[in-house]
Ligand binder design. Structure first.
Ligand SMILES: CC(C)(COP(=O)(O)OP(=O)(O)OC[C@H]1O[C@@H](n2cnc3c(N)ncnc32)[C@H](O)[C@@H]1OP(=O)(O)O)[C@@H](O)C(=O)NCCC(=O)NCCS
Length: 210
């Protein structure tokens, strides 16, 4: 199907794709899903803590954060003592329960008003891109973030990543500036833009069609 924007898509494939909060039982498959992504997708999305292919010392620290964030009580304690280790994470899965997308907000700090500031990342498997999975993930992630008391979401993306930038704008993110030389992967350095979304605490979906 050719959309009014001239993009090829198959919206029928979106049926059966659901979203869920990341649980500890999903972690291994999440890493495998990341390893299976194409070079081009990893070039745009390389958070450094996903996959089994490139394990650095910080990888282990983030695994601890991912694991502890799946237990509500642990997450609530961490939010008070070490919010930098807390992940608010959503998976997209198909009818066979295979992971086809992942979106997260890694908390960065607790603000004086007790709410949180976090950084967002998102990726959809290559075969499911352009079918609406990214929008499903963003809707669920933003409404979940509101429940987790997140006030501001920031992100960094290569300035040539028009697809992701289009998605973020759809959800109310605004461009804040250019961040030169802040993102590198396998020796490549990207010019990036920073974007930000302020959540008013009333819900997430109202941002969707801005
Ligand atoms: C960016 C990404 C998460 C979007 O998810 P997706 O499932 O492909 O996107 P969707 O089908 O839900 O489309 C959502 C919106 O993205 C934008 N978009 C999608 N495909 C696009 C394209 N080819 N060109 C321009 N904008 C596009 C549109 O705004 C679209 O909404 P619309 O169809 O209502 O116009 C996904 O493509 C991906 O994983 N890309 C590689 C990794 C990446 O770039 N991650 C972000 C790093 S910061």
């Amino acid at each position: 199907m050719l959309t009014s924007k001239g993009r090829v898509t198959n919206r029928s494939d979106i049926h059966g794709i659901g979203t869920k909060i990341l649980g500890i039982r999903h972690l291994c498959n999440l890493h495998k899903m990341y390893d299976s992504l194409s070079y081009n997708t990893k070039l745009l999305f390389h958070p450094g803590f996903l996959g089994f292919e490139e394990i650095r010392p910080s990888w282990f620290l983030f695994q601890l954060g991912l694991i502890l964030s799946t237990f509500v009580e642990c997450k609530n304690v961490l939010k008070r003592v070490c919010p930098q280790l807390v992940f608010v994470s959503i998976l997209a899965t198909d009818l066979r329960n295979q992971i086809v997308g992942f979106a997260f907000i890694k908390l960065e700090k607790r603000l004086p008003n007790g709410r949180f500031l976090g950084e967002l990342g998102i990726a959809v498997t290559d075969e499911h891109q352009g079918k609406g999975v990214g929008k499903k993930l963003m809707s669920r992630l933003i409404s979940h973030a509101v429940k987790e008391n997140v006030e501001e979401i920031n992100l960094l993306t290569p300035s040539f990543n028009f697809k992701a930038i289009g998605l973020y704008k759809k959800y109310g993110f605004v461009e804040c500036g250019v961040a030169k030389n802040r993102d590198c992967w396998r020796g490549l350095v990207f010019e990036c833009i920073t974007m930000s979304l302020h959540l008013d605490g009333k819900g997430g979906e109202q941002c969707e069609w801005k």
